[in-house]
Design a protein around this ligand. Structure first.
Ligand SMILES: NC(=O)c1ccc[n+]([C@@H]2O[C@H](COP(=O)([O-])OP(=O)(O)OC[C@H]3O[C@@H](n4cnc5c(N)ncnc54)[C@H](OP(=O)(O)O)[C@@H]3O)[C@@H](O)[C@H]2O)c1
Length: 304
């Protein structure tokens, strides 16, 4: 199979990103896969594992720390100088949460909003000129963004506007899970606004919810052992409440489907939970909030 197109997957060294990369590598449809990771040692380990498991060598690692705007700019500049097949896919998968205490990115922005939204916002905007059509962009959000679902009721996303979210100084303003869920709501405003801006350009943008996947590091690395135990032990209880849970291979594989599936050609501006197209929260379709977020984000990342 000729390797004739490149896809970048952020946060591909573990969890859903890793499984997504594995599915793409196994599908053997001519993709060169870039694992965009903040820790290149972990990235290299993942690359070796992927090659061993899929026998596909068309995989490389590039350093990308989404919590540093300079790192995002460096990543894009190195990518632009590299000799790789043309870029046809971008999967914004990386994500993190800090449940207690406020932490900040290298640029001084609240870390969940700064990493999950602003880092990807800058990355995507800088890469737009490199995307060759037809192209697909996938934005990994989370069901926690929707206050009309059980996860959302528990997480209580609260969109206060980009500048207030980015510069939050008082821990009491929002809890850690609220900040995470709100950053995932920002992912949706971003995906839908980007889709509107790219209409007619043969670049699709879809958003994705992997459902609740307790086996990945996002849940396993929660520092408070009681909270971690609670989340693991509650999986059966969550199910009774109607929370959909999944495994990294199923939910990571379904991210890959949004890149690979011929039936999804031209499908854009949609939201999928694993394989099923769904409606996201009512607020996520608010075009005024989305365009304000876009303008403020341009300013916050220094693109205006
Ligand atoms: N697991 C769930 O239940 C669930 C539910 C809904 C949505 N999601 C979303 O699914 C996506 C993948 O998460 P996961 O569950 O697979 O968790 P995961 O295993 O922790 O993977 C997250 C990935 O993001 C990377 N990352 C974190 N901060 C980064 C930064 N500053 N720069 C670059 N990469 C960074 C991590 O790198 P390191 O290994 O270096 O930390 C890791 O590779 C996230 O967007 C998450 O919000 C997950």
């Amino acid at each position: 199979m000729t390797i004739n197109k490149t896809v970048i997957i952020t946060g591909a060294n573990s969890g859903l990103g890793f499984e997504c990369a594995k599915t793409i590598a196994k599908a053997n449809q001519g993709w060169h896969i870039i694992l965009a990771c903040r820790n290149t040692n972990k990235g290299e380990e993942a690359r070796q594992k992927l090659i061993a498991e899929t026998l596909n060598q068309a995989i490389s690692v590039m350093e990308l720390d989404l919590a540093s705007l300079q790192s995002v700019r460096d990543f894009v500049s190195i990518f632009q100088k590299s000799i790789l097949p043309p870029l046809h896919g971008l999967i914004n998968n990386a994500g993190m949460q800090v449940l207690s205490g406020l932490e900040y990115t290298k640029d001084g922005y609240e870390i969940a909003f700064g990493t999950n939204h602003l880092g990807h916002f800058l990355l995507t905007n800088l890469l737009l000129e490199n995307l060759q059509t037809p192209a697909r962009i996938v934005v990994v959000s989370s069901g926690t963004h929707d206050p009309d679902t059980i996860e959302g009721k528990f997480n209580k996303p609260l969109f206060l506007g980009a500048k207030q979210l980015a510069t939050m100084a008082n821990e009491k303003e929002m809890t850690g899970i609220q900040r995470y869920a709100t950053s995932k709501l920002a992912n949706l405003f971003f995906a839908y606004e980007l889709d509107r801006k790219l209409k007619g350009k043969n670049i699709t943008v879809n958003a994705y919810d992997p459902a609740y996947v307790p086996a990945t590091n996002l849940v396993q690395s929660i520092k408070n052992p009681f909270a971690r135990w609670m989340l693991r032990a509650s999986t059966g209880f969550f199910k009774l409440l109607g929370v959909v849970s999944s495994t990294p291979d199923v939910s990571g594989g379904a991210i890959a489907r949004l890149l690979l599936d011929e039936k999804l050609e031209g499908v854009s501006g949609k939201y999928f939970q694993i394989l099923e197209e769904k409606q996201s929260s009512k607020q996520s379709y608010d075009t005024k909030i989305a365009s304000d977020l876009w303008e403020d984000s341009l300013e916050l990342v220094g693109l205006n």
